[in-house]
Design a protein. Structure first.
Length: 367
């Protein structure tokens, strides 16, 4: 049975637009990830009396391509919504709209049912019969409105998407900045005071930790790139914001607008549209089901696994003399292999873990 039978011919374009948004998110994500690896925040130790403050001395500027790619991805997601709505209106109307009516077509974002009705009945939009209250398409649009989120409209995906895209279209590109997600001493101690994560971008002069003079403790610093929501001024991890909005458009908004239900197989997000396809079925068959955010998460997880595996194996007496060989082996693992090997050790404890680690070391040494 065709998983995508719910997608009619006049809406096939949506799959290609989603693929473009996915590509933009991947590019933005890679830039963000690369940026956090390159001495994003530099620190110095400032002595004050008998205490030493670990203080930020510089913050690397964000690559400007990053914020623009994020803006482009958000705008592409909103454009996909608009294109699908327009195509659905023309299909239901039985032909092209007049230029006067076409200019009035947009995906509304309204705070109340009454406001949505006013939107539909405003001239010349009220002459578009398929958009009027009581029609199937009107009900589908209503189901996607922020007023459906009774607890807080500000966190409704459509409200967030519209806020981002209005800001980047009319004011400035998306606002992104570097935050410190966590500072983690390698050897935690009661005499080391770590500053809790700030709810604002990191800046020169911020103190991240305080410890007694003479106390030397290594610590890990975890930077993150965040994006600001224009309508609330709150900051959110950039790749999570893009992931959540992409998922809502692809899994909820488009199926509801097109099929009237979210109980359908969502379109696959990952498709190379730099090449041409003879038909839609060929294209969809070549698409990947993992979104850009999922692929980036897998990449990061694999990198962490490659770094962790040699240390785990070296803790075993059988592996301790072979550090160089174990490090080279881990570095050569593919992403899937690294994740699988690391995950395979997580289910063991005690003697079983010892046996599993020894077997993995033997496998490496005998390869």
């Amino acid at each position: 049975m065709d998983r995508y039978a719910w997608l009619p011919d006049h809406q096939l374009h949506a799959a290609y637009s989603l693929a473009h948004a996915d590509s933009l998110i991947e590019q933005a994500g890679h830039l963000a990830l690369d940026h956090t690896r390159r001495d994003t925040v530099t620190l110095d130790h400032v002595v004050e009396g008998d205490m030493v403050s670990t203080t930020v001395t510089s913050v690397a500027p964000l690559p400007q391509a990053l914020v623009r790619l994020a803006s482009d991805a958000l705008n592409q997601l909103r454009s996909t919504l608009e294109h699908v709505l327009y195509a659905e209106i023309e299909h239901r109307a039985g032909g092209p709209l007049s230029s006067e009516h076409a200019r009035t077509v947009e995906m509304p974002c309204t705070p109340s049912a009454n406001d949505l009705q006013k939107w539909a009945e405003k001239r010349p939009r009220r002459d578009i019969a398929v958009l009027q209250p009581g029609t199937a398409l009107y009900r589908r649009i209503a189901d996607l409105q922020p007023f459906q989120r009774r607890d807080s409209q500000d966190v409704h995906p459509l409200k967030i998407l519209v806020a981002h895209t209005n800001h980047s279209k009319h004011r400035t590109p998306s606002l992104a900045a570097t935050f410190v997600a966590a500072v983690q001493p390698d050897q935690p101690s009661d005499d080391i005071q770590v500053t809790p994560p700030l709810d604002r971008p990191i800046k020169v002069g911020d103190v991240l930790a305080i410890q007694p003079v003479g106390r030397v403790v290594e610590a890990s610093l975890w930077p993150k790139i965040a994006i600001q929501r224009p309508h609330t001024d709150t900051w959110h991890i950039l790749i999570h914001e893009l992931r959540d909005l992409e998922s809502w458009v692809r899994r909820s908004a488009l199926p509801l607008l097109i099929a009237g239900s979210t109980d359908v197989s969502p379109l696959p997000p990952h498709l190379d549209i730099t090449i041409g396809y003879a038909d839609f079925r060929t294209a969809i068959g070549a698409a990947g089901t993992a979104s850009a955010a999922d692929r980036l998460e897998m990449l990061l997880g694999a990198e962490m696994a490659r770094e962790a595996l040699p240390g785990i194996l070296l803790m075993h007496s059988h592996g301790s003399p072979h550090g160089q060989a174990l490090a080279a082996w881990a570095a050569a693992l593919s992403d899937d292999e690294a994740l699988q090997r690391h995950e395979s050790l997580r289910g063991f404890q005690g003697h079983d873990l010892d046996t599993a680690v020894r077997a993995m070391i033997d496998e490496v040494l005998n390869a």
